[in-house]
Design a protein around this ligand. Sequence first.
Ligand code: NDP
Ligand code: AOF
Ligand code: ZN
Length: 347
Amino acid sequence: MDDLTYMALAAKVAAKAGPDETYENPRVGAIIVKNGQILATGYHHSFGAAHAEINAFENLRDQTDIVDSTMYVTLEPCFVTGKVGACALAIAQWGVKRVVVGSFDPNPDTHGRSVTFLRQAGIRVDVLGTEDSQILNPGFYHYFERHLPYVQLKLAESANHFVASSQGQSTKITDRLADIDVHKERASKSAILIGSETMLIDQPNLTVRHVPINHPQPLRVVIDRRGRLQNKMDRATNNWLIFTTNTDFAKQYDNVLLMSHGLLSVLTSLASKNIQSVMVEGGPSLITAFLKANLWQEFIVYTADSILSEDGVPSVQPLFNSVSSYRVGNTLKSRYLNDRSVSCLQE
Ligand SMILES: NC(=O)C1=CN([C@@H]2O[C@H](COP(=O)(O)OP(=O)(O)OC[C@H]3O[C@@H](n4cnc5c(N)ncnc54)[C@H](OP(=O)(O)O)[C@@H]3O)[C@@H](O)[C@H]2O)C=CC1
Ligand SMILES: Nc1c(N[C@@H]2O[C@H](COP(=O)(O)O)[C@@H](O)[C@H]2O)[nH]c(=O)[nH]c1=O
Ligand SMILES: [Zn+2]
C-alpha cells in the first residue's frame, strides 16, 4: 500500500470518534506500519483523553516493534503539553524512522513546529497535504484559520414547514430519536446561540441532556439588542452570555456585553473567548439574519412528519441544495453547506 492509502485508512480510524466526543479537540487517526504490515492503529476517543499517536503505540502487541517503523497520522502531532503530554516529544523518543503527516495543525501553538522538531531529531517527516483532517474537523480548521467560530444554523420544523403552532407559542416538534441527534450536535459545539424572542417564549434549557458528555456544557448565548431580558435575569444568570445594544442593560451585569457592529461583532467577541463553534438554534428571524449576513458555514433542518396549523410561525426555506438528507427515525435531517469545499464525511 502507498502513503495515500495508509493515510485514507488513518482517516477512517479517526472517524470512529464522533465530533460530540472529541468536542473542541480534532478527530485524529494514527497507524503504525513496518515492513508493509500494519502493526497497530489508534485514534483520539474523547476530549481530554489520550491522543491518536499514543493510543496506536499502546495498541502495539510488542512495543519494541515501534523502532524503525513508519507512523501515519492524519494531523501534525501536537507540540505543546495540554491536557495530555506533547505527542511530538513521545514520538521522538520511540525510535520511529519516518512520520507521515496528513495536514499541518492550524493551531499556531503547533503549526509546523512538530514537523521541524521531529526532523531535527533525525526522523524523516513527509507532509502529504491531504484533506482528510479538514473534512473530519471543519470547525477546528475554520476557527484557527479564520479566527471566527464555525457557525451551524439549526431549525426543527413540521412537515408543512412551521417552527411553532402560532406566534408567541413554544411547540415541541421533534421526537425522542431526533432529540438525541440534536443533542449530539449540541455536544460538539462550544456555544449555543438564540434570539431574544426564543428566550422569552421558549425559556429553553439549551443543555446537552439526551447524550452523555465528558466535557463542559456549551456556553449559552442570547442576542437581545433591545434589552428585553433586563427584567428576566433570573433565568439568564452568570452561566449565560447576553449581547445587547442597550447600554444601560450592559452596565448592570457582567455577563451582558455590548455588541457594536451586528452579528460579526458577536462572533468576533465569542472567538476572543476561545469559542470554536456555535450552534444557532433559532428562531427563524435570527437564522435569517445569519443567512443574510453570510455568517454561517452549515445549516441543518430537522423536518418532522407532523403537521402544524397554517397560522404557525413559518420556518426558513434554504434556497440551496442540501448536501445530505437522511432519516433519523421519523424525522428527515437535511444538511446544507455554505462552503462546498467542506464535505460531510463527519456523519
Ligand atoms: N422549531 C424550532 O427549531 C424553533 C422554534 N422557535 C420558535 O420561533 C418563535 C420565535 O421566532 P423568532 O421571532 O424568529 O425568534 P428569534 O429568537 O429569532 O428572535 C427574534 C429577535 O432576534 C433579534 N434579531 C433579529 N434579527 C437580528 C439581527 N440581525 N441581529 C441581531 N438580533 C436580531 C430581534 O430582537 P432584538 O432586536 O431585541 O435583538 C428579534 O426580535 C417562537 O415561537 C419559538 O418557539 C424558536 C427557535 C427554534
Ligand atoms: N421546538 C424544538 C426545538 N427548539 C429549539 O430548542 C430549544 C429548546 O431547548 P431545550 O429547552 O434544551 O429542550 C428552543 O428554544 C429552540 O431553540 N428544537 C428541536 O430540536 N426540536 C423542537 O421540537
Ligand atoms: Zn498529541
